[in-house]
Every structure is written in C-alpha cells, then in structure tokens.
Ligand binder design. Structure first.
Ligand SMILES: Nc1ncnc2c1ncn2[C@@H]1O[C@H](COP(=O)(O)OP(=O)(O)OP(=O)(O)O)[C@@H](O)[C@H]1O
Length: 610
C-alpha cells in the first residue's frame, strides 16, 4: 500500500482536506487576520482619496484650502495603517508558526504509529523532507497567502471600483492594461518558482554528495574514489551555476517588465486625463488620483500573482503531507481489543505489576510471511517454544532469522497462520501488552541523545536510579560506565557516536532488561565487539536469560551451545531443531554448519583455555 502511496500522483482534494484540518482549530485567528487585511486594504486605498480631495480643495479655494483638516485625516489614516500592519504581521507570523507546529506534530505523531513496512518503503530523507520543509512551506503559504490575498484582492477591486466611479472612460483605458500586467506577473512568478525549486533540488544533491564524501571518507580513500567524487561534485556545481544564472535573469527582468506596464498605465492616465483636465471635464484632483492609483496597483498585483503562483506550486507539498497523514498503520490493536477498553486497561495493569500475565509458551502455527506479496520468506512455518527456554537461531545470511523474531515482536504480522502466546493469538491482545513484555537488543543498537542513565531508563520510565544501576550491573556494564568521566551522566552524542558498538550494545542490553521483560530478543553483535566486551556480554547473557524466554540470533558458539533449543533455519524453513549435542549427533545441516563455521572458533577457545 505504501509503495502505491509513494508513487501515487496528485491526490484530489488535498487542499480541501488540509484546509478543513487546519481551519477549524485556528478559525478565530483566520477570521481576525482577514478582518485586519480588509481594513488595511480600505485604509491603504483611502490615502489617494485624501490627496485628491486636497488637490481639488486647493484648486477651488487656493489659500483658504482646509490644510489642517486634510493633514488630520492623513495622520489618522497613517496611524491606523501602522497599527494594522503591526497587528497583521504579528497575526500572520503567529499563525504560520502555529500551523507549522500543528502540521509537524500531526505528521510526527502519525509516523510514530506507522508500521515497519511503511519505513521499509519510504526513505528516511524523503520522510524528513515532508516533516520539515513541506510543512514549513505549507504553513508560510497559508498564513501569508491568506493575508496577501485578503489584502491584495479587495485593494485591487476597490481601486478598480473607485477609478470607474471617478471617470469610467479614463478608468477603462487605465485598467485595460492591468490584465496584461497580471498575466506577465503570473508568467514570471511561475518560472521563478520553478527555477528556484530546481535550484533547491540541485543544492540538496550537492549537500548529499558533501555528506556522503565526508561520512564515507574512509571508504572513498580505500576505493580511490576521490577523483570520481570530485567529478560528480563538479558536474552538479556547474549545473547549479547555470540554474542560478537563469533564476537571476528571470528575477532581474521581472521588475523592469512590470514597471514598463505600470508606467504605461500612469502615462495613459496623464495623457488622456491631462486632455480632459484641459477640456475642463476632469478635476485636477481626479487626475492626480488616477496617476497615484495606477502606480499603487503594482504592489497588490505583484503580491496576489506571486501568492497564486506559490499556492499552485505548493499543491505538490500539500498532496505529499496529506498523503502521509492518510496512510493507515497496518499493525494496530484489533477492534475487539480496542472495543474492550476494560480488557486493554487490565492488560496494561498486568504488565506493570506482573500479575498473572506470565508469558508461557510461544507457538508459530502454519505461519507464512513475505515482505512483498509475491516473494514469500516464510512458508508454513511451525515452531513451539516452551516458556523459559533459550532459543538460538542459526542459519545462513538471508535465511529468515530476523524475519522470525520480527514477526514474534509483531513488527510485522503473519500473512497466513497464527502466532500464539500462552495459547492465544497475539492479535487478540493489545500491542501495549506484548511490547511491555518484550526486551530487544539489536545488532547495531541505537542510543538516543541524552545521558547514559536516561538511555537505560527508556526501558522503564518508572525505574529508580538504583534499578538502573542494578540493570547495568546485571549486564556487566556498570564498571565500564563508572570508568567514564561523568559515569551515568555521560552524554551520549547523536546515534551514540561517542561510544563503541560493544558499549552501545551493553547499554541497550541494560535498557532491554530494566523493564523485566518475559521475552528477550537479541541479535548478537559479532565482529564489531572486542574480546573484552564479548566476554562481558557472554557472562551477562548466562544470568540475564535465566527465567526468560529468549530468542537469540546467535553467531557465537558459546551462545549456541548453551541454548535449550537450537533452530536451524534455511530458506525460511525450520530444517532442524534440538540441543547442540542432539544436532551434532544427527550429523545433518547443523553438523555441517558447525564444521564449517564454528570448528575454528571452538579450536580457538580450546587453545585459549589450555
Ligand atoms: N525489510 C525488508 N524488505 C524486503 N525484504 C526483506 C526485508 N528484510 C529482509 N528481507 C528479505 O527477507 C529474507 C530473509 O531476511 P532476514 O533478514 O530475515 O535473514 P537473516 O537470516 O536474518 O539474515 P542475516 O543473518 O544476514 O541478518 C532475505 O531474502 C531478505 O532479503
């Protein structure tokens, strides 16, 4: 479904959906902003009428003209417009920030609920761009667009009306030029926006090349790719230069073009209006008003055409964000579970106090699964694991070991068959219940920015400092932490980059067991862990796995040998199962694997011991 979503072209009505989503909670701000924009447009347009009235007054009354009265009117208009401009900028700025916050929060919350399959099909960079730049652009366009359109359009219409009212013939001559101006402005705006978009795209590519070259500097050097990287980089920078020049050409040509039209309109007013003044059919004040208005039309025309072009160009962003918010999470609590709130609450309580929620047996019953519909990974997979057993999964790379534990963790659900926990299909219980009973350690563990203490606490937000230290001791990482400058208060950098993989794995091990999970899933780290850490991990595994049902994707002979049950997986099938001794005696697949893969390790161990 997500693949479809990724490739789905424009979704109809995305603007409408977005509008209703954001309009309701911000209704009052929108209305106030519109009123502020309308009043500003009215006040803006009135300045010229005061000028007209003053000129006519001076022509008619000479030295007796009411200068003070006109001055006061002008001052009042000036103060009003200053106040309103300040007010609407605050309103639009606030609205834009609020909309951006709301959209980002909604998208982020929604992303958190989506299933693994969605993330399989959508690149991280793509998702980040939706949550950051698309939402920012939408919020800006809506807030400032509302302001500009509700100021600009009434202003233009108002001026048109006033000019036609003052002298409809001259009005038609002057205004006749403006449709051309609007057309030209739209043409330029669309092209400027398109060229800016292309420029941004190239710029992102260049940033990605920088990023890849810096983070992959070692690999680049080893593969002697520096010259190739530089060539790619130069290609893109040359392209960017061309695009920048084109963008500059359009922007620089835009204003002179617009000015030509406006000057023509002013000239037409002067030419035809001047003749009428000389003929006595038009007052001097009206002529002045025409000339002012012709020039004053430029700003709103530019703003309105700019905003309309921007709205049109933002449609793709709106469709992407709405598309993202429309994706339904695949793995959610079943209707029966959600309907039965009491059951869900009781289950949540079970996980907190332990209660009688003991997880006993785990059973895979005729389970089939594939990441893609036409590429099955598991076919009619059957497995029965008694409570408290330690299970080691072994098999060639790509045989399906991780898939089995992902299904157990309900990251994915079987496409066929059932996974039973304590004899009950796990889909009949809440996700919260399963997750609170699961502890997971990945081969490449992820730590969050924050202290080591807070990272361990993620496994149980209620844990006391003593419990955190006890968990660290249980997995043999306490001493390692204490050797660090700030101990448990040591800051973990983004992604845990200041810690070794072994340290990260031990910390995430402590995080996994602090919630006292009844099922522990672990993907053993291999080459990235030094001998000392490996030893620490081994020791802790023995104690921590006791009394829990554990699934370890095992790479070390010691883990495999001590497991209660070894599962040999091949091509998504369980080809052998039993203890180390039983499987060796069978002289089957495991025996072969042992000979090829583990014999050396076994000899090394013996050598070590002697
Ligand atoms: N997210 C995914 N999307 C599509 N196919 C996947 C995905 N994850 C795994 N696969 C495919 O499923 C099959 C089983 O993969 P799995 O990761 O379960 O194997 P594994 O035994 O754990 O391998 P390894 O020991 O290398 O981790 C492989 O063919 C793999 O390409």
């Amino acid at each position: 479904m997500n693949q479809e979503y990724n490739s789905t072209p424009a979704k109809q009505g995305a603007w409408k959906t977005l509008f209703f989503m954001i309009y309701r909670p911000q209704k009052r701000v929108f209305h106030t902003l519109i009123v502020a924009a309308l009043i500003t447009a009215g006040v803006d347009a009135s300045f010229t009428l005061v000028t007209k009235s003053l000129v006519d007054d001076i022509v008619a009354n000479g030295a007796n003209a009411n200068l003070i009265g006109h001055g006061l009117m002008y001052g009042t208009l000036m103060l009003t417009i200053i106040g309103f401009i300040w007010w609407f900028i605050r309103l639009a700025g606030g609205l834009s920030t609020q909309l951006m916050y709301d959209l980002r929060k909604d998208s982020f919350e929604h992303l958190q609920r989506l299933s693994f399959r969605f993330f399989d099909n959508n690149a991280v960079g793509w998702l980040l761009a939706r949550i950051t730049s698309d939402t920012q652009r939408i919020a800006n366009v809506i807030a400032w667009g509302t302001l500009d359109l509700f100021w600009g359009i009434p202003y233009i219409v108002g001026i048109f009306g006033v000019l036609l009212y003052l002298d409809w013939q001259l009005g038609l001559i002057v205004l006749g030029l403006f449709p051309f101006l609007a057309g030209v402005a739209m043409w330029f705006n669309i092209r400027i926006l398109d060229s800016s978009r292309k420029l941004r795209k190239t710029n992102s590519r260049i940033t990605a090349i920088y990023n890849e070259s810096i983070s992959g500097v070692q690999t680049s050097k080893v593969l002697v790719r520096e010259a190739e990287n530089l060539r790619e980089f130069q290609q893109d920078t040359n392209k960017m230069y061309g695009q920048s020049m084109y963008n500059l050409l359009l922007t620089s040509a835009f204003f002179p073009f617009v000015n030509v039209f406006v000057s023509m309109a002013t000239g037409a007013a002067l030419w035809f209006g001047g003749a009428s003044v000389l003929a006595g059919t038009l007052t001097l004040g009206t002529l002045v008003a025409f000339m002012f208005y012709a020039r004053a039309l430029m700003d709103p025309m530019l703003e309105v055409s700019g905003k309309l072009a921007e709205l049109q160009r933002t449609t793709a962003c709106v469709e992407r964000v709405i598309g993202l918010l429309d994706v339904e999470p695949e793995i959610i609590d079943s209707e029966t579970v959600t309907r039965n709130i009491e059951q869900a609450m009781a289950e949540a309580a079970e996980t907190i106090d332990g209660g009688d929620a003991e997880i006993r047996d785990i059973e895979f019953k005729h389970v089939s699964f594939g990441y893609k519909p036409d590429e099955p990974v598991l076919k009619d997979f059957n497995l029965s694991v008694p409570a408290g057993s330690s299970v080691a999964l072994v098999g060639a790379t790509g045989s399906g070991k991780s898939t089995i534990v992902s299904l157990l963790c309900r990251f994915y659900e079987p496409t066929d068959g059932q996974i039973l926990i304590n004899g009950q299909d796990y889909r009949e219980r809440s996700l919260a219940w399963l997750q609170s009973n699961l502890g997971i350690v990945l081969q490449t563990p992820f730590l969050f920015t924050g202290t080591i203490r807070s990272n361990i606490r993620y496994g149980n937000l209620e844990a006391t400092d003593e419990q955190i230290e006890a968990a660290a001791k249980a997995v043999n990482v306490h001493d390692l932490i204490m050797q660090m400058d700030k101990g448990y208060e040591t800051e973990v950098q983004e992604g845990g980059n200041n810690l070794s993989t072994g340290q990260k794995q031990l910390i995430s091990f402590a995080r996994a067991i602090i919630g006292d999970p009844q099922i522990l899933v672990m993907d053993e780290a291999t080459s990235s862990v030094d001998t000392q850490t490996e030893h620490l991990l081994q020791e802790s595994l023995q104690t921590v796995l006791q009394g829990r049902t554990s699934f370890v994707i095992a790479h070390r002979l010691s883990t495999i040998r001590s497991a209660d049950l070894i599962l040999v997986i091949d091509g998504g099938e369980l080809v052998e199962q039993g203890t180390h001794e039983q499987l060796l005696a069978q002289k089957g697949r495991y025996y072969g694997l042992y000979q090829k893969q583990f014999q050396t390790e076994s000899e090394e161990q013996l050598l070590h011991q002697s």
